[in-house]
Structures are given as structure tokens and as C-alpha cells.
Design a protein around this ligand. Sequence first.
Ligand SMILES: [Zn+2]
Length: 338
Amino acid sequence: MKAYRIHAPHTVKLDEMDALPVGEKCVKLKNLMCGITRLDVDVYAGRVKAQCPVIPCRQCVGFVSEVGAEVTGIQRGKRVVTFPHASCHNCKACKDSRFFDCEKPAVFGVDEDGFLSDFSVVSADDVYVIPDRLRDEEAVFIENVALALNALAHMNVDKGDQIVIMGATVEGIILAQVAMYYQAVPIVVDMRADMLDLAQKSGVYFTVNAVNDDVCKKILSLTGGRMADACAYLVDSGLPLQSACDYTAVHGRIAVIGRAGESGLNCNVSELLKKDLDLFTVVDCGKNYSSAINLLANHTVSIDSLCERVVPFGEVSEMFEALSGDGADGQLKTIVKM
Ligand SMILES: [Zn+2]
């Protein structure tokens, strides 16, 4: 098989490897598409330590080409998406078949080989079958939608709640769409006018430009003087976390969302105490993968404007180098087509 492997910071090579045996509880995938995440780029750039050499990418769509002897429920020829982490199959949650709740998850592309290869072998518990009407290009966004669903569940969002979303990132814009599906009212804050335009094109009515507008004043007027019921802070928004305290109403909730945060994310706890704010983190998808597949398949969430480009398998090295630089590349999702 052919696999891209990160050997050292800024060094990715297309390696010829032996075909992997298919374990009894595993499936072999013919990989079709991978979504590139910020974590993949951080591993490439050496900002996140990984088990090198490592095959990057956790977001993958593939065809099942072989099925292990003990696998039931998944047949050859089915199209599946991969779960972001491998379950340990040893902890209490895994033994109860709650693999999404695994206590020692190994993230694909960091702790364990990911999917930027022509074929992969993965535990049948870590893939989900997707319906025909869901395109490959949409399916690589399932993790983003599932993370948004998990965040909204943690934030205990109710109909009519006003939610400030700090960061018009791909995740932030998807979160806004899912919030609207729950009849909440998102207010998206960002410093980038082009990303706020994209949020508007995705159906968000209220956006606030953190460079040009007085954000507190604008949120005050949009919320009738109350400030937001809840605030979702995206870790890669580049906005100060402390501001979430200013934007949120007394007794409100603040969710800090994402896997790889900027180092030095700071929040003054005395501000939380003053307003009795509930601050918590949301780092994974929880048990929302199946719901996320449904929302995407029914086009409740539209990702059409959120894909930056589709890169051919042969151009992965150039792509990683471009994404790891300081340029504007990588604001939207990059997809690799095998
Ligand atoms: Zn486990």
C-alpha cells in the first residue's frame, strides 16, 4: 500500500508499505477522501508531538474492501466514515460498547496511524456506514457537525436562546447552523470580514466584526440588554477567551470548543465568579456521530461554501507546506482525494 507518513517536522514522504493484515474484528478500507484538520497540520509542523513516522488524517471516507471474520453489521462495498479516535477496547466504557466514551482514546494521525493512504485497516467499531445520498465531500465534515452537536448538548441550549459564537471558523459556522436547527439564535463574532460574510451566506443573521464594532455594545443591543445566554468559544478563533465573560449574561454558560488550543488560553476565574458563569470544555464528538450523519444527509447543515479546495493525492507535500505557513491558506477545509 502507499501511505503518506510524517517522519519529522516539515517532512512528509509517500512510503511504499506492506499490505496490512485484516484482523478478525477489523475492516479494510479503500480510502476515497480525507479531510485535513488543524491537528494534522500541527503534527506536520512539529507543533504537536506524534508517534513518528505517522500516517496523518483522522477524517476519512472509504469503501469497505474486506471484512474480518468476526465482523457483523458491515458488508463489503459499504461506504463508511472513520471515527476520530481508536477505542482502547479495554476500559469500562469500551466494555459496555460505548466506544465514543473511551477513557484512553488514541487519536488517528497522532497517537496511531491515520488514513492518508490508499488502503487502511481499522476496527469495525470505529467506522460508521453512511447513506448513498451523502457525498464524500460532505462526509468529511461529519466530525465537525458531531462536535457542534456535542457542544450544544453540553451548553443545554433551549429554543430562543441567544448564543454568541466566538470564531467564524469552519467549526463555528457549522455550530451556528446546528444552533439554528435547535431554534437558538447565534451571534457570530470574528475579526475577519470574509469569514463573517460566509457565516451570513450560511444563514446567520447576526454577525459582529471584532475589529470594526464595539462587540459588547452590539451584543447588548442584540440581546435587549441581557447579553448572551451562552457563549461558544472556538479555540482556533484567535480571539481572547477572557472576552467570553463580557459577552455572557449572569449565570450563563461558556463552552471552550476544540481539540488543539492555542498555548496560553487564559481566563480570569474571578470574572467567572462575579457573574456565576459555568465554564467547561468540549473536545470530542460524544455519541453524536449518527445524528451528525443525518443532519448532513438531510442538508440541515450546508457545507458547500466551507471547502477551500480538493487536492489530488500526489500533491500532499506541497499542500502541507502551504497550510503550515503564515498565509491565509487553511481558513476553510482542505480535502485530499485519493
Ligand atoms: Zn476504551
